[in-house]
Ligand binder design. Structure first.
Ligand code: SF4
Length: 319
């Protein structure tokens, strides 16, 4: 029998605020059939920028680094929705601006001693637990471990977003990903200390004609770095306590007999969770409005499909 792997990444851990959401998203792996095309455009743009950044941070010149990224994005921009600006022409300009802002020497990627490769785009998986039917695996992709501002090793996470600046860094400073990555890095490469984490952001918007007329040139991207997020031993102890609480709950789910697993979905108390999910735009609200498991099963047939794997999970499955 093939075991089902339950991947636990930083973004999937966010779903553990609602176990029903985690169940649908990470165990059943269902997603709404109608994805927002603006969302899709943003995701494609972010992936294309990632292709450029990986090559550029490895020392590939701009002209060579940008071409594969633009080709990749151009192949996906035939049906961009009206008003969508995140296309390959925008990408080219945003990447050119990045090169001016962040010269090659800005980040010095570390070398992995075992593979003797630069530590760029490192997908990791750490087995937490398994039984005969399930594996629980911690996973993620570390964009870069690099020397930055005289600090020998910093985990650098590239983010391409259109989000507003003030809220942008705050969500990471108070989010799960920085601690999760630093914790996993220490598990994989023990140093006796936790590496700090930096967000390297490219915040994109529609370029304005006004800026061009006023001689300010192309203004479709802003380049910003967060402050360094650093983690003391006590902070990480607390994080570990929280993380293992979540993992133990997933493990308990995996150990339930099948009948009880169905009840796990059925019995979930919606009274507290449903309004919160509704406000946050949870993709499963259409299911949670329904009263019975049979109604939900019918709705899943019509409204949902098997979810696409994230780039990290795709990379792990190809290994
Ligand atoms: S709608 Fe509420 S109860 Fe349903 S999955 Fe989303 S957060 Fe959970």
């Amino acid at each position: 029998m093939t075991k089902q792997t339950i991947y636990v990444s930083a973004s999937y851990l966010k779903n553990t605020n609602c176990w029903r959401k985690f169940f649908y998203s990470n165990v059943e792996r269902i997603a709404l059939k109608t994805a927002s095309s603006h969302l899709e455009a943003a995701q494609n743009y972010g992936q294309a920028m990632g292709i450029f950044l990986d090559a550029y941070h490895c020392g590939v010149p701009y002209n060579e680094a940008i071409e594969p990224a633009c080709v990749w994005l151009a192949a996906r921009e035939n049906n961009l929705p009206v008003g969508e600006f995140r296309d390959s022409a925008h990408l080219r300009c945003a990447a050119a601006g990045y090169v001016k802002e962040v010269p090659y020497t800005f980040f010095k990627p570390a070398f992995d001693k075992l593979s003797n490769k630069r530590r760029i785009q490192g997908t990791f998986e750490i087995l937490f637990w398994e039984n005969d039917y399930y594996r629980i695996v911690l996973c993620g992709t570390i964009d870069m471990v690099a020397e930055y501002a005289g600090i020998p090793e910093v985990i650098v996470d590239d983010k391409t977003s259109g989000a507003r600046k003030e809220q942008f860094f705050w969500q990471y400073e108070h989010g799960i990903q920085p601690m999760f990555y630093s914790y996993c890095e220490e598990l994989r490469n023990p140093r006796g200390r936790y590496l700090p984490f930096l967000v390297n952001a490219i915040l994109v918007k529609k370029p304005t004609l006004k800026a061009a007329k006023e001689g300010r040139g192309w203004d479709g991207a802003i380049y910003e770095r967060s402050t360094l997020f650093e983690f003391s031993q006590p902070m990480m102890e607390q994080f570990k306590f929280w993380l293992y609480g979540k993992l133990d709950k997933i493990k308990a789910f995996c150990e339930l007999p099948d009948v009880a697993k169905d009840r796990f979905e059925e019995d979930f108390d919606l009274a507290t969770c449903y309004p919160q999910g509704y406000i946050q735009g949870c993709p499963y609200t259409a299911l949670c409005r329904l009263g019975t498991a049979a109604e939900r099963a019918a709705a899943i047939e019509y409204l949902y499909e098997r979810g696409e794997d994230s780039p990290t999970i795709k990379a792990l499955k190809q290994k």
